[in-house]
Write a protein that binds this ligand. Structure first.
Ligand SMILES: [Zn+2]
Length: 755
């Protein structure tokens, strides 16, 4: 389309009879409504992304052609001392450096150091208490490192050499005797370590005392590799309590030695069942592996017998898990164990296993844990990606709810809907962040938020809606989600008030994805995009842009206005109805409805328009109406008086001010329409050959001046029309038979209607 410079045209052609200066018109009455804070440039400006795609991360949101990731394989062995709560272990880590960089040192996490006296995390616990830390327990906490050795194997002989290392709070830097090669260099490190388990370890691990002995839920227990990535190099943010983990993928081989009356459950597959389970228990396991209903492996009676048995020796339990970012386990003489088969979409099977004390048993409680686990895993496998591990174990313990690959810890007191909710949530974490390995320490919304979102679909699906939750009323939640005291969602949990983490890490991002799925993209487009994100980044390390770019690329939609308002900034939404105006002041001819965006956030618009006879029509307007407008008028083809208009009738957007969402006949503003037909016609000036033609197209006056393109004019006051683009006004007389054309410099040129 061509660009037309009207102003230049007029300056050239209209050097005509000049009449005295343009007289000021009386302005329209100003009604008192709030001044809009909306700025469409802020909401829709291009270049949302601060950087372009790279060779490691494509602009389309996929891993780039040169994407790399390091690998950490672990051979772990540990011995549990039930009396002292001490775990003594050895870790042999084989670390593969796939990065393009050489390395002279490695960073590892010693997460138990959070519980050491004088740790940074302990220093941050407020007087009023916290979920994090060890709940004031005085004990000799922290990782004790006995030795760090580099192993080298030459001609089948392995030699061990002490490595230099320094420990700073929850991090350990290990210096390599020689530089680790880039693009595939490997090093093997052996670490002898021990620690005393806290009773309550930041609500992620700990010890529960039961009538039949302690339940140890053990996590953050071995020195773990920090992630070296293409975004920050070494990711060494300390473990302070609130922010979770960012870990490399690898294969694990784990041997756990515990008192012989204990039963151990762990991430992955038990590889020596015949050494640890009796023949009858093994038989029951194989029955469970054929059963879609829960099968007992270890009954309450057997627990009592085991708990009272004389323990003379230890038993070693051997597990393996592949392609996991962590490994955790639980051990107790108090475990009832039951299991059932999990059916996966590919036809493969896995096992749902529950381990809980007799205190937690019962069909209103942990007796349904295996059913919940199986259903949850089957749902997510169908919906997003197949569950990758040979077992999924739910353990009742001291921890409120915490996720690890193939195993989760949930509150032993949970029952009914609560137990379903926590089980479903913790197993949802298998997809975020265990499969899609984002950086939890920085971005809680990418694991907790995404998980909370997928939980909403799983809960709606479970057992014909047994625990289905009501769809949230976002008008009510707007105060919670966009409260001005909230930090932006992009903040790390350590960068948020502890009280805000539930909103910013969980419910707000989840509500954002619900909006995106249900009301912006629609379920089909959203699910494809979200599934693609999971597939692209499974067992990899996505960053926020990789998510945003994937959703946009797969759905084919620029969503920068949405990411900006909901994820990057803490913007509010307030859409309102200003006024209506019947076309030609006649309700039979339809109605113009004017809405306005009053706050910073943009959203699509949904309105229910009810006419006098009770007919309700739903109107949907795309978000693009706000791309260059603060207010917007649209025509609705009603044929009778409007009774009421309701904006966002289902409360699906977080509108923070409901008072302007409803227009009703009794109190709503009805503006007078200017009847345009009287102004139409052809006008001329006897001193000049040009003619001016006024026509009406879809309710708007168009002006055509001989040989020049048409332009639109808007009524600005009684009998006066203006085109800002053309820099011209038309001031009609009372009879509409004459007007003055007024140029920007005030020149007036009279025209008269042709007969
Ligand atoms: Zn969670």
């Amino acid at each position: 389309m061509k660009n037309i410079l009207f102003k230049v045209i007029f300056q050239l052609i209209l050097v005509l009879v000049s009449v005295p200066l343009w007289s000021q018109q009386t302005p329209f009455a100003v009604t008192s409504k709030p001044i809009s804070k909306y700025n469409y440039h802020d909401a829709f400006a291009p270049f949302f992304y601060s950087k372009d795609g790279t060779s490691t991360r494509s602009a389309s949101g996929q891993p780039g052609f040169a994407y790399w990731q390091n690998k950490a394989d672990y051979k772990l062995s540990a011995r549990l001392n039930e009396t002292s709560n001490e775990i003594v272990g050895t870790s042999i880590i084989t670390y593969t450096n796939n990065s393009p960089d050489k390395m002279s040192f490695l960073w590892m996490y010693l997460d138990q150091n959070l519980f050491k006296e004088g740790s940074r995390g302990n220093a941050l616990i407020p007087i009023e208490g916290s979920r994090n830390g060890a709940q004031g327990q005085i004990f000799d906490g922290g990782h004790k490192i006995k030795s760090v050795k580099i192993l080298t194997t030459s001609k089948g002989v392995t030699t061990e050499k002490e490595a230099k290392y320094t420990i700073n709070d929850t991090r350990m830097q290990v210096f390599l005797p020689q530089e680790l090669k880039s693009k595939g260099g490997m090093v093997t490190i052996k670490i002898d370590f021990s620690f005393i388990s806290p009773n309550e370890g930041s609500d992620r691990m700990g010890i529960l005392e039961t009538q039949n002995g302690k339940i140890f839920t053990v996590a953050q227990w071995y020195p773990r590799m920090c992630v070296y990535d293409d975004l920050r190099g070494w990711n060494t943010l300390p473990y302070l309590g609130a922010s979770e983990f960012y870990l490399e993928y690898g294969d694990f081989d784990v041997s756990i030695s515990v008192p012989s009356n204990h039963f151990v459950v762990c991430s992955g597959e038990l590889v020596n069942p015949s050494e640890v389970y009796s023949a009858i228990q093994q038989k029951r396991f194989s029955q469970a592996s054929q059963s879609d209903t829960t099968t007992m492996i270890l009954t309450a009676d057997e627990v009592l017998a085991a708990a009272n048995a004389k323990v003379k020796s230890n038993k070693t339990w051997h597990f393996k898990i592949k392609n996991a970012r962590d490994v955790s386990w639980a051990s107790s003489a108090a475990f009832i164990i039951d299991a059932a088969r999990i059916n996966l979409p590919s036809g493969k099977k896995s096992m749902a296993i529950s381990a809980y004390p007799p205190e937690s048993a019962g069909n209103d409680a942990w007796g349904r844990s295996t059913e919940y686990t199986k259903t949850s895993i089957e749902h997510y496998s169908k919906k997003w990606m197949e569950y990758p591990y040979p077992a999924a174990t739910n353990v009742a313990g001291i921890v409120g709810g915490m996720e690890y690959p193939g195993i989760v810890f949930c509150d032993w007191k949970s029952k009914g809907a609560d137990l379903w909710g926590v089980t479903d949530h913790e197993f949802g974490h298998i997809w975020f962040p265990m499969i899609v390995g984002s950086n939890e320490r920085l971005f809680a919304w990418m694991d907790e938020g995404f998980n909370t979102f997928i939980n909403t679909l799983s809960s709606a699906d479970f057992n014909k809606g047994e625990y289905k939750e009501e769809v949230a009323d976002l008008h009510k939640y707007s105060e919670i989600y966009t409260n001005i005291n909230l930090e932006p969602m992009m903040s790390s949990p350590d960068n948020m008030k502890e009280a805000n983490i539930g909103t910013l890490g969980y419910s707000k991002p989840s509500a954002g994805l619900v909006m995106l799925r249900e009301h912006i993209l629609g379920p089909e487009r959203f699910d494809l995009a979200f599934r693609t994100y999971v597939e692209r980044w499974a067992y990899k390390h996505p960053a926020p842009d990789d998510f945003f770019r994937t959703i946009e690329n797969v759905s084919g939609e620029d969503l920068s206005w949405f990411w900006k308002g909901w994820f990057v900034n803490n913007w509010r939404l307030d859409q309102g109805i200003n006024s209506i105006k019947y076309v030609n002041n006649n309700p039979k001819s339809g109605v113009y409805i004017t809405i306005e965006n009053f706050e910073k956030m943009a959203m699509p618009v949904v309105l229910d328009i009810k006419t006098k006879s009770g007919k309700v029509s739903r109107v949907k307007l795309p978000v693009e109406i706000w791309q260059r407008n603060v207010d917007w008028t649209f025509k609705h083809d009603s044929t009778e008086e409007i009774d009421s208009i309701t904006l966002d009738p289902d409360h699906v957007f977080p509108d923070s001010n409901e008072s302007n969402n409803i227009w009703i006949l009794a109190t709503g503003i009805i503006e007078k329409d200017v009847v345009l037909d009287d102004y139409l016609g052809t006008f001329s000036n006897s001193n000049n050959p040009i003619k001016i033609v006024f026509t009406k197209i879809t309710g708007v006056i168009h002006v055509e001046i001989s040989d020049y393109p048409k332009f639109k004019v808007k009524p600005i006051s009684k009998d006066t029309f203006e085109s800002k683009e053309a820099g011209v006004k038309f001031e009609f007389d009372e009879n509409k038979n004459k007007f003055n054309m007024i140029l920007e410099d005030g020149q007036k040129i009279p025209f008269t209607r042709e007969k």
